[in-house]
Write a protein that binds this ligand. Structure first.
Ligand SMILES: [Fe+2]
Ligand SMILES: [Fe+2]
Length: 266
């Protein structure tokens, strides 16, 4: 039995340039990791995830795909979400919503997805949803990892300590697309970062086109967003080493890489 397990977690992947950047990184580094998780809510042209892109990402070696508020934006999600072996959507949507909010891999990794309650769509309370799940499944005897897809930093940090108190071993924030520099291990048992950051094109606004973003902010009139037209990209995430016996994290390190010539959106 391996004494330690190394997990890679990548934040929101934006558009084709984000997917291709992840492919390039994993082609080189996949063998360094025992388990790879990526947030895919923006992977198909910035919004949602098509079945085609879902299968493409699985072929790169991603073991678990987490998501967020944008996962519903491509309508074919409703055709395949119930048959995917990789994808989870936030647990705290109404019970009638398709898909699952957590998944167990190799009887070792329990991955849970939650949506924040501050400045986010109205969903059930993520804290109460997590508490209820912890009463159904033991978090302690697995490497329990949470993707907390949320806007407010205080809510995210609070979730870190709350999840740790329930036995979770990692809480990674997503959604803001900006990597924070506060990676740490809470009470020696839960790896934490407020936001893992995004993977996608640079030179725009959180991976999207600047002009359109500005127009939306100035006019408050909805306009179709587009992925930034860029040949340069970043890859953002964290890698965490877990003790295979205690399941506790022993280190958390930010991953931040720059790439050139990834090609434009198509
Ligand atoms: Fe996102
Ligand atoms: Fe989001």
């Amino acid at each position: 039995m391996k004494t330690e397990l190394k997990v890679l977690f990548l934040g929101d992947m934006v558009g084709r340039i984000g997917r291709k950047t992840v492919e390039k990184f994993l082609n080189k580094n996949k063998t360094n990791y025992d388990f790879v998780i990526a947030n895919v809510e923006n992977a198909s042209h910035g919004f949602g995830l098509t079945k085609k892109n879902h299968d493409e990402l699985a072929s790169y070696g991603i073991n678990c795909m987490t998501s967020g508020n944008h996962i519903w934006d491509k309508k074919d999600i409703f055709e395949y979400i119930d048959s995917s072996e990789y994808l989870i959507r936030p647990l705290n949507y109404d019970k009638s919503v398709r898909g699952v909010g957590y998944r167990i891999f190799n009887d070792k990794f329990l991955v849970i997805n939650l949506l924040g309650k501050t400045f986010m769509p109205h969903v059930e309370c993520p804290f109460k949803a997590l508490q209820a799940l912890s009463e159904e499944i033991s978090f302690e005897d697995k490497i329990t990892i949470i993707d907390f897809h949320a806007e407010a930093t205080a809510e995210k940090e609070c979730m870190g300590y709350f999840a740790q108190s329930l036995g979770a071993k990692a809480v990674f924030g997503t959604h803001t697309h900006v990597q924070t520099a506060d990676e740490k291990i809470l009470n020696n048992s839960c790896a934490y970062i407020t936001d893992a950051g995004y993977t996608g094109g640079t030179g725009g606004v959180i991976g999207m086109d600047y002009e359109i973003s500005l127009k939306r902010i100035l006019t408050s009139i909805p306009e179709r967003f587009d992925v930034v037209d860029s040949k340069e990209s970043v890859l953002c995430g964290v890698e965490v080493v877990f003790d295979n016996e205690t399941n506790n994290p022993t280190s958390i390190t930010r991953v931040f890489e720059k790439y050139k010539d990834e090609g434009n959106e198509d």
